[in-house]
Write a protein that binds this ligand. Structure first.
Ligand SMILES: Nc1ncnc2c1ncn2[C@@H]1O[C@H](COP(=O)(O)OP(=O)(O)O)[C@@H](O)[C@H]1O
Ligand SMILES: [Mg+2]
Length: 659
């Protein structure tokens, strides 16, 4: 069982594993390391990754991409409203304003959520890694933009669960980048020296993240992060597209904005041009043939661009104290700007709160925690029974106690002094607290009811089941297609070879050949007509029918090709045996210890072999190539083995023993 690391991008994904002492990015079934974040649907199956993106132009409405930006959000989110304007596929509003993505799959209308679509992509990545590692993969680490909010993080965890992946950690992309830099660097300053500060800029497909990190040997500290979640490579593409639209309007009198397919092609070409520009400062051409209205278009662009490769935080917890007589609710929200319309993270209701015996407010200790995934939760609440009760009321806003950063850390703030690198920021302090508590107090655990983003376990289970069904269907469809291809291939292969006299043509009589070729022709026609879309077993049966005729022909050819070598081997062995028995008969000293009776046995065995060889050689000689041979190569080899065994037993073994 292996753990994989998934870089889930808006445009493409990468999967990495630690093996052979290094970190390896796995190649997919197209031998590419980048798998497009793209999922498509057809009448028969789903297409995932490269296969989906390859057919985007011809199946625009059912090819889903850019869904990372929809995760965990709702249809009334301004960000979503803006995003779906540019998407060629249809979306709709589900209950609770959840986003539904409408597709035609298996010739029926289906609606999937962004979580489900993401799960489909994860299924592909899981499969890719299992193929590469030749083992089951269940555990993963997934990188996320550091500005991902609670809701987006929970949605991603839900997606992973639907795909049957267990997420060990959601790691901020900024941290992942910094780790990659630090992990192999040999020349970092010593732990007590002045750290080396490095700035990382990750310009992705749709977002920009910048981080400043201080490095010492074996240590990194995230100093600051900043982002523009709405600027990325695609915006550069859009600027180029707009430039060429204007250019083509004036020079060619066409408006590509009115033709979605032309626009998509232009975008693809603009992206290629952009990539070329980042490596060249010379004037670069862009040509698209038959672009629109049967017109070829040409343009060019000269520019300079600098593109950098791409990167967190650690678990964090904080104890909060409240004084309450009855059940109460805590609402958690971001107290800084987040790229999300709703700053609320969730609501947590603390239950079974009771006053002290003398009717005063009880002291309630609450542990607020931002976990490894950057997700916030109230993980425990306890009522502290103490003799003397404090009068002072603490404020209810979770973000306000002490320095007010508890929630900022849920996604907007990188690891800071509250969260040292060992990842367990507060535990030491907690232990001290509990030690103190033990002496004077008794604590009672209280139940917590959480209202946060993300699916319920029931919904997740349903979606997981649905995903498994689709996986099974994809598999079935692949097997069906493979069976059809195998049949088709057999028709072409055998028919072609029957036409060659040096090949199978010589091993079947003319009349039978004619009949068989007709059967193959009919099969080809059937494959393109009523046989276009049959179930797997139909193809398998048809293939077996063809093989019943075709395989014996192939077998005859194979026999014919291997026969001479087998006969020669037998003749050679007989000759070798005759040589040693001859030496024995002429009184060779080497063999004087061997009893006469044994040698006679060998001679008899060799005589039988010779007889067998002569008889069968004659039979084989008389048998035409178009008929099954009376003796097979396997039988000749068997005879060779049996015959020679006697020689070995008598001469070789005994000689060795005497020596
Ligand atoms: N050599 C390059 N020069 C300029 N832009 C590039 C180059 N290679 C990739 N890009 C751009 O980077 C973006 C993809 O970056 P990536 O980090 O993979 O995105 P994401 O993580 O969002 O999928 C795309 O807009 C792509 O066009
Ligand atoms: Mg990226």
């Amino acid at each position: 069982m292996s753990v994989i690391g998934i870089d889930f991008g808006n445009e493409s994904c990468y999967v990495a594993v630690a093996r052979a002492g290094g970190i390896e990015t796995i190649a997919n079934d197209y031998s590419l390391r980048a798998t497009p974040s793209c999922v498509a649907f057809s009448g028969q199956n789903r297409l995932l990754g490269v296969a989906a993106s390859n057919q985007m132009v011809t199946n625009m409405k059912n090819t889903i991409h850019g869904f990372k930006r929809l995760l965990g959000r709702t249809t009334n989110d301004p960000h979503v409203i803006n995003e779906i304007k540019h998407l060629p596929y249809q979306t709709q509003s589900l209950p609770n304003n959840q986003i539904g993505i409408k597709v035609n799959y298996m010739n029926e209308d289906h609606v999937f959520t962004p979580e489900q679509i993401t799960a489909m992509l994860f299924t592909k990545l899981k499969d890719t890694s299992e193929q590469a590692l030749k083992t089951k993969v269940n555990d993963c680490v997934i990188s996320v933009p550091f500005y991902f909010t609670d809701s987006e993080r929970r949605a991603l965890l839900d997606a992973a669960q639907i795909a049957g992946l267990n997420v060990l950690r959601l790691m901020n992309e900024t941290t992942a980048t910094a780790l990659t830099y630090g992990i192999y660097k040999q020349d970092l300053p010593e732990p007590d020296d002045k750290p080396r500060n490095v700035i990382f800029v990750d310009c992705g497909h749709s977002a920009l993240q910048v981080s400043a990190v201080a490095f010492n040997k074996g240590k990194l500290k995230m100093l600051a992060t900043a982002s523009d979640p709405n600027f990325g490579g695609r915006d550069i593409d859009a600027i180029l597209v707009e430039h060429f639209c204007k250019d083509f309007e004036t020079r060619y009198k066409i408006n590509p904005r009115t033709n979605p397919r032309a626009l998509l092609r232009l975008r693809t070409e603009a992206e290629k041009l952009k990539k070329q520009m980042s490596a060249n400062s010379t004037k670069l051409p862009m040509n698209i043939e038959c672009f629109m209205d049967d017109k070829d278009v040409h343009g060019d662009m000269k520019s300079e661009l600098e593109v950098f490769p791409q990167n967190h935080q650690v678990p964090f917890s904080k104890m909060l104290t409240f004084y309450r007589r009855e059940n109460f609710a805590i609402k958690a929200f971001y107290n800084c700007d987040v790229p999300f319309p709703n700053k609320e993270i969730g609501q947590f209701v603390i239950k079974e709160v009771k006053p002290t015996p003398d009717g005063e407010s009880s002291k309630i200790k609450i542990k607020a925690r931002v976990n490894l995934h950057g997700i916030f939760a109230i993980t425990s609440a306890s009522l502290v029974e103490k003799k003397e009760s404090a009068e002072e009321e603490m404020p209810m806003d979770v973000a306000s106690p002490e320095n007010g950063t508890a929630l900022q850390s849920a996604g907007a703030e990188p690891m800071d002094q509250q969260a040292p690198e060992n990842g367990e920021g507060d535990d030491g302090k907690e232990k001290k607290d509990s030690k103190k508590k033990k002496q004077v107090t008794k604590t009672l655990d209280l139940p917590i009811e959480a209202y946060t983003h993300g699916y319920s376990q029931k919904v997740l289970n349903d979606y997981h089941e649905q995903e498994c069904k689709m996986v099974a269907n994809d598999k079935q469809e692949k097997e069906r297609a493979d069976a059809r291809n195998a049949l088709e291939e057999y028709v072409y292969d055998v028919r072609g070879r029957l036409g060659e006299e040096e090949d199978l043509g010589a091993f079947i009589v003319a009349a039978d050949k004619e009949k068989f070729v007709k059967v193959l022709d009919d099969m080809e026609n059937w494959l393109y007509e009523e046989g276009e879309d049959c179930s797997r077993h139909v193809y398998v049966e048809k293939l077996n029918e063809l093989k019943a005729v075709g395989e014996p022909i192939k077998a005859r050819k194979m026999e014919c090709e291997c026969r001479n070598a087998a006969l020669e081997e037998l003749a050679h062995r007989i000759m070798m045996a005759q040589k040693v028995t001859g030496q024995y008969r002429s009184g060779d000293e080497k063999y004087t210890h061997i009893p006469e009776a044994d040698v006679a046995k060998v001679e008899e065995s060799m005589n039988n072999c010779t007889k067998w060889l002569e008889e069968n050689r004659a039979l084989l000689h008389a048998c035409p190539k178009t008929q099954n041979p009376p003796v097979t190569v396997a039988a000749i080899k068997e005879q060779t083995k049996v015959g020679y065994f006697a020689v070995i037993l008598v001469f070789v073994c005994r000689t060795v023993r005497v020596d």
